[in-house]
Design a protein around this ligand. Sequence first.
Ligand code: NI
Length: 167
Amino acid sequence: MSVLDILTFPDPFLKQRAKPVDNVDDSLQQIIEDMAETMYQAPGVGLAANQAGIDACIIVFDPNTDEQSRDFQVLINPVIIETQGRVVSENEGCLSVPDLRSDVPRFERVVVEGLDRRGNPQKIDATGFLSTILQHEIDHLNGILFIDRISALKRQIYKRKRLKEIK
Ligand code: NI
């Protein structure tokens, strides 16, 4: 297993839509293990493959922040098929958006379909923290960062600060 490098804003790869996986095979297993290790090491509660420079619709997530009970889940080609209600997630952050936390408008409940790491169909009906994580990670696969969902003013302030820092 190895820890992967996480791309950060404004890397253009993060703005691209990730490619759907058309064959769930053994070659994916190592990528999935590496993604999970990268997520835990960061530490984070979710990671999309394209954040690690991998062009594939895969997310790993583990809403349980207790180190003793690590048990990550995988979704390949996840799609939100149903949404309900509106909430504002508090203090959302992202491994690809350093030094920023913000409230973000989200759906209260989402139903997500995808495949598990063996290619079996999965359906997750999520509310609360898990719902926010799934929306955040699926956004990544669509080339969307959480700063794309906050106010234009906040986004501008962050972009300016960040671009100055990395100059
Ligand atoms: Ni993120």
